[in-house]
Ligand binder design. Sequence first.
Ligand code: SF4
Ligand code: SF4
Length: 306
Amino acid sequence: MKLMDKYNDSLRKVISHRFYATLLGKDKAGKTVLTWRGWRWMAIIALHLLFFLSFHIDIQILEGTLSASRILGFHLIDPFATLQVVLAERVLPTNMLIGTATIVIFYLLIGGRTYCAWVCPYGLLSEIGECINKQLVAKGILKERRFDHRVRYVFWALFALFALLSGYLVFETLNPVGIMSRMIVYGWSLAAVWVVAVLLMEIFYSRRAWCTYICPIGTTYGSLGWGSALRMKWDNDKCTHCTACMRVCPEPHVLDFAKKEHDAARKEKGIVTEHVISGDCTLCGRCIDVCGDDAISYEFRLKDFL
Ligand code: SF4
Ligand code: SF4
């Protein structure tokens, strides 16, 4: 299998269709390196291995599941889970408040939907599904189905409303992230069927549909992403407008500013670099992995204060 090389023009054309090959790539000197996708996969696997080992051999580093956990004794709570508890049970225990505030501060620093790309186990499955779907679309077996990504706000409000009206955490019974996280720690359950069903829907109906249109966890983290200190930086002088980044981006609208049609206005204003400001960006680094002009990079905007 040929390794993906973003500096090789002929390989670059198929970069959005290759999957396993993109865990490793070549740097400019031709050396084999782990791509950002490779790093992310390792991070997700390592994190869930910690959950698993903390439970099974009692190493007590990261206990619980993604919805509610303790790292070295400090509480961490998923903000959407907290919101559901508040709406359903009208309570906000102190531990929950502290755990949620810790998560909110952390993700304000490193980008809200970083959770989706670097933490969520379903996000990883969804990436595999994305690749299968892209190959089926490229072969003409399936047609591409995209919808307005803003429908995610409707689902977010609906799941919050369900909690408020029913007094139960309704979303948690449907949540593939929570189901997977619990299965990784405590073992298989019948709920795996639901995760498979969601994945099949993403493969055969609409690519990354759960993450793009439905998941209220991603939407909640996305709202934190608007204030993130970590951003993707784009350099107009280096960009050749090949659109490779937009073809692999899970939320391509966030890179809209990079289109050639905006160049004239940019030049008029003397703008050379831009940042992805949308909270929908997952900071997955796929755009860096495929950009043969090295026009995109991570930038931590508080670096001057450190
Ligand atoms: S949108 Fe939801 S399911 Fe998708 S990666 Fe983010 S948290 Fe996971
Ligand atoms: S802009 Fe880059 S880092 Fe952000 S979601 Fe798109 S591909 Fe990932």
